[in-house]
Structures are given as structure tokens and as C-alpha cells.
Design a protein around this ligand. Structure first.
Ligand code: ADP
Ligand code: ADP
Length: 237
């Protein structure tokens, strides 16, 4: 469960990106965060894994006050939270499998991090993750030979291999064509339903948000202006 209690985020330059945010997100929810550019969507999700520190209020994940975590605790905490970006963030000049194996690096002893040696168990887990997003046959292909949609699936597999409770996705389909976008959204939905992983996604395609998410949170000028079930929104429109 993720709880925002009177959360405020003010950047160093004085911009107040979030104010008075009060939200509770239960395990297994599929939440779409919508709003205009600059509304604070990206800031909101990046506070959850402490990519940004909040400047007021409290943010709890499973009853742990995220702001109180230090050093190694933050790294351990982040292992439970996958992050997906618009730009995929993959190493494009190497294979799909190697990109997924990267998610095990924090678990490896120091000497192995240097040599990049993974064990059989890691490889099996990585291949399983690729299978879950339907690109097992691409394991030994270089990432730069894949389409955008396939690359986003590699990013999803890398996150899944980490066995997360939560996946944060920042505009994951913004650079994909509509057909590919739908396939990637289908993957998110399946992962959410079959594995009970919470998905919190920023998305500016409102119709896609309504189709896939269970719950819509509308943000405007750093404040929550709407919070309800997708079905309810469809009726209002
Ligand atoms: P969205 O994701 O909805 O487009 P953001 O969360 O990126 O919105 O931004 C919210 C507000 O915070 C905007 O006014 C933006 O300009 C500002 N902002 C975002 N990141 C920073 C930063 N690192 N420093 C200062 N201001 C920022
Ligand atoms: P390490 O233990 O090697 O320092 P990190 O704590 O940096 O590992 O990252 C662990 C996980 O947290 C990553 O796999 C990623 O999903 C997420 N994460 C943390 N920080 C970032 C970041 N700045 N950008 C993207 N993902 C991040």
C-alpha cells in the first residue's frame, strides 16, 4: 500500500510541483495519472521510489516512511519498485538477454559485478521474464535491431526479473505508434492482473488510460483534482 499524506514537493528553484497530496493506493491497483504537461505527474511517481525527495508531509510504502530510509535501505527498497521510462533506457548495442541480466547486478558480489558473470539461476529468471512479455525468441538479438514496442517489452522484462511489488511507468507509450502502444498496454494489464503487481502510470492518452486502468487520478497545478474509477469517468463524459 502506498500512502501520500499531505505530500508537498518544492524544487530547489522554488517551483512547487506538488501540494497537499493525499492518496492511498492498494496493492494490485492499476492507476493512471493524467493531467496537462507540467501538472506534476512525473514528480508524483518519482517521489514513490525516492528518485525525488519530498519536502513536506509523509509518503509510506507498506507502512514504511520512505523519507526515513538511508543508504543501503534505499537501494533495497528500490529493488521492489520497477521503473519504466518513455525512452526505454536500455543498452542498445548489446543483446536483449544482457539487458535483462543487468537487473541482477545489485545482487551480485563485488567481483562478479566487475566481471559481469551471472549464474544459471539468473539466466533462467531473465529468460522467464522475457517469456512473460512474449519476446523470448529475441533473447540473443541486439536491442538496436528491435522495434520501439519490443524495446519497451525488454524494459518491462528487466523490471519483472527484479520481482517487483510495484511498477512505476512514466509515459511508457508516448513514443510508440497506436498499435504497438496497445500491445505494450496489454502487457502491463496482464502483469498487473496475473502477478498482482501495482502499476502506477503517467499517461497523456486519456482514452487509453480509461481503457486499461482501474482508477484515474487527475493532477492539475500540483494538486489532485480527480480521483475515481475509470468506469465512473466514462459515464461522466
Ligand atoms: P508533468 O510530469 O505533469 O509534465 P512534472 O512533474 O515534470 O510535470 O513537473 C511539474 C512542475 O515542476 C513543472 O512546473 C516543472 O517545470 C517543474 N519541475 C520538474 N522538474 C523540475 C526540476 N528538476 N527542477 C525544477 N522544477 C522542476
Ligand atoms: P544499486 O543497488 O546498484 O545502487 P539502485 O538502487 O540504483 O541499484 O537501483 C535499483 C533499482 O531501482 C533499479 O533497478 C531501478 O529500477 C530503480 N532505480 C533507482 N534509481 C533509479 C534511477 N535514477 N533511474 C531509474 N531507475 C532507478
Amino acid at each position: 500500500m502506498i500512502e501520500f499524506i499531505n505530500v508537498e514537493k518544492k524544487y530547489a528553484n522554488g517551483t512547487v510541483a506538488l501540494q497537499n497530496i493525499n492518496l492511498t493506493i492498494e496493492q494490485g491497483e492499476f492507476v493512471a495519472v493524467i493531467g496537462l504537461s507540467g501538472a506534476g505527474k512525473s514528480t508524483l511517481i518519482r517521489c514513490i521510489n525516492r528518485m525525488h525527495d519530498i519536502t513536506g508531509g509523509q509518503l509510506n510504502v507498506d507502512n514504511v516512511d520512505v523519507g526515513k530510509l538511508r543508504g543501503r535501505q534505499i537501494r533495497r527498497f528500490r529493488r521492489r519498485i520497477g521503473m519504466i521510462f518513455q525512452s526505454f533506457n536500455l543498452v542498445t548495442r548489446t543483446t536483449v538477454l544482457k539487458n535483462v541480466l543487468v537487473s541482477f547486478v545489485p545482487d551480485l558480489p563485488f567481483w562478479r559485478k566487475l566481471t559481469g558473470i551471472y549464474n544459471r539461476e539468473h539466466k533462467i529468471k531473465a529468460l522467464e521474464a522475457l517469456d512473460k512479455v512474449g519476446i523470448l525468441d529475441k533473447a540473443y538479438i541486439r536491442v538496436d535491431q528491435l522495434s520501439g514496442g519490443q524495446q519497451q517489452r525488454v524494459a518491462l522484462a528487466r523490471t519483472l526479473a527484479q520481482n517487483p511489488d510495484i511498477i512505476l511507468a512514466d509515459e511508457p507509450i508516448a513514443s510508440l505508434d497506436p498499435v504497438t502502444a496497445k500491445m505494450v498496454m496489454d502487457d502491463f494489464k496482464r502483469i498487473n492482473q496475473e502477478m498482482n503487481i501495482s502499476v502506477i502510470m503517467n499517461i497523456h492518452h486519456v482514452e487509453v488510460a480509461l481503457e486499461y486502468a482501474d482508477r484515474i487520478i487527475g493532477i492539475h497545478k500540483g494538486a489532485v483534482v480527480f480521483d475515481g474509477e475509470s468506469a465512473q469517468v466514462t459515464k461522466e463524459i
